[in-house]
Design a binder for this molecule. Structure first.
Ligand code: SF4
Length: 217
């Protein structure tokens, strides 16, 4: 049987990527081989339960949305994740994948929007990027988005240099997301403007919506 270790399946607002704001079902797989300094899903490193691909699709179908996001952990560590994404696309879901960038995405169904992380020096996992995931090597029906979590001024300069050298800005969306506790989003917005960066600022919308300090209706 085709099974995948799943940490959680839940319905929420997409907080990232060009699908931001869409009501989405998230399928969070269990397990990650990296240890980023800012990781906010450490609970998914080990905990999870084996579910069949059909059980996962059944669970997704309980929600009234066509948007599904496969995330982790690192989803591509599990061999049956490819068949899950293909079946979801066959059933006309709009599927996105969030991946660390360290694993070749060639086997991912081309209908899936890939949001590929590029780990910066201050992520603690610099150098964990497979060059097979550069636009020149990927065949996409839906354009890939590259995401940099920016933790410092040095990370910003590094991301600009990497994106320019690999021509990411030309056909792909490049997302710069401030590391939630490490840098100020206003500083990142102002730096994108003052440096004439072609990157798109991405705030993790879900963290603002469900910030425990928010009050009122
Ligand atoms: S790749 Fe993602 S899940 Fe894995 S350690 Fe980094 S932030 Fe956490």
């Amino acid at each position: 049987m085709e099974t995948i270790k799943i940490n959680e399946i839940f319905y929420s607002i997409q907080g990232e990527s060009s699908y931001v704001g869409q009501p989405t079902v998230f399928i969070r797989t269990s397990g990650c081989h990296l240890r980023c300094t800012y990781c906010d899903t450490t609970y998914a490193y080990n905990d999870g339960k084996l579910l069949s691909v059909d059980e996962i699709i059944k669970s997704v179908a309980q929600h009234k949305t066509r948007y599904v996001c496969v995330t982790g952990g690192e989803p591509l560590l599990q061999k049956h994740i490819y068949i899950l994404m293909k079946k979801l696309c066959d059933e006309d879901y709009i599927v996105s994948l969030e991946t660390s960038g360290d694993i070749d995405c060639a086997k991912v169904d081309p209908r899936v929007k890939k949001i590929i992380d590029v780990k910066t020096p201050d992520s603690g996992e610099a150098g964990k990027f497979s060059e097979k995931n550069l636009p020149v090597n990927l065949k996409n029906d839906v354009k890939t988005e590259y995401k940099f979590v920016i933790c410092s001024k040095e990370d910003f300069s590094w991301a600009e240099e990497f994106s320019t050298r690999h021509d990411l800005f030309r056909f792909n969306t490049v997302l710069y997301s401030p590391s939630f506790s490490k840098i100020n989003e206003k500083w990142l917005a102002e730096t994108i403007l003052s440096k004439n960066s072609k990157a798109r600022l991405q705030l993790q919308l879900h963290k603002y919506i469900w910030n425990p300090h928010t009050t009122g209706v």
